[in-house]
Write a protein that binds this ligand. Sequence first.
Ligand SMILES: *Cc1c(COP(=O)(O)O)cnc(C)c1O
Length: 428
Amino acid sequence: MTNVVNSAALHYTNRFSWEMDKKQGKRFQDDTLAVLAGEDFHPLSASQPPIFQTTNFRFDSVDEMVDYAEGRSSQYLYTRNANPTIEVAEKKLAALERGEAGLVTSSGMAALACALFGSVKSGDRILAARSLYGGTLHLLNDIVSRFGIAVDWFDIGDPDSLRRQVQPATRLLLAESPTNPALRLLPLKDTADFARERGITSILDNTFASPWNQKPLELGWDVVVHSATKYLGGHSDVTAGVIVARRELIDRIAQFRRWFGAVLDPSAAYLLIRGAKTLALRVQKQNDNALRIARFLEGHPQVEAVNYPFLESHPQYELARRQMRGGGGVLSFSVRGGWPPTRTFFNSLRMIPISTSLGGVESLVTSPFWTSHYGMSEAELRDSGVTQNLVRLSVGIESVDELCDDLDQALRLSASSEVSSPSGSARK
Ligand SMILES: *Cc1c(COP(=O)(O)O)cnc(C)c1O
């Protein structure tokens, strides 16, 4: 009998265990982490993490309940607090961001709300980049500001504005890079150093880069948040968010997720796990496709300008090469001739649907002017680089030649209809 036990133990220790290797300080590459991180957990020898579609967990006796209450056991209790499927997603995404711990939430906005409220209290000030996602701007302007928390704004392109805007009560710095839709960059290391020197917690929304392209925690940021709805899920079929940080910060923020009720459903957590496994393949193809398309558009007579961090013409190209592995799947460009040709361009696309969101395997186009930036003042539009003829393209993993063909035929049609009839539409 002893032999059997020993050989079983030997067999086990020989087998790959991400958690054990991690404890011994082994570092894995991102493509390995995307597949294996967080997945040591194999009940009933399942090869894949089971979906624990349960809201509650049983105690074998009331004595266990007493042990739980008095902190002597740490079993699962209630899914809003913790659930094994959700924890697999959290470990995988934390590993990809090179963070100690992760917390998945019911959406990217839930992640931002938990991270923000978990980091400040009444009387504190937040220093926020002007160029944030629209929902985040609403959260700051309409919600956070009602709880005695003031917000100061800085320009990511102007390092002096950080120095000018910081105040003694500033406790939190919040930014995004690259930005939507102008694809401008924040110098990540310098900004993290600036916050650290002043004891300010720094949060970076890393949605537009994805952990494959950018690692804010390694550059000194305290907290990373994502709309996992985008690249991490990767298939436009799950709404989710994630927060990654040091254990101590995550434990604090976890209380907010618990009491806000912003947990992710276990089935959605499974979709996130499934999607994240191919992150490296998907995002690398999106990087390659987007760069090819950006170059193609830059040489197109119907295109005025292209914004993409890995184009040599991008004003922060050197910075992009320093802090990012690739430019990501999102680019924006302006169609020559104003709104009528731009409208014809949108309506003439055959393969690429008009739809908001980004980061999925399928390419999508949208008009920032008519969606995220609709109704903004002239000055705000100018600051964010939004015009009526700006197109935002989220590049998927389709054949890049076929994507270029679709863009090309729609751009040609846009040229031929520079004075288009307002009622006509090329889309059937
Ligand atoms: C989409 C997005 C969000 C919001 O995420 P949801 O999952 O839609 O709640 C936040 N930040 C950025 C940069 C986004 O693109």
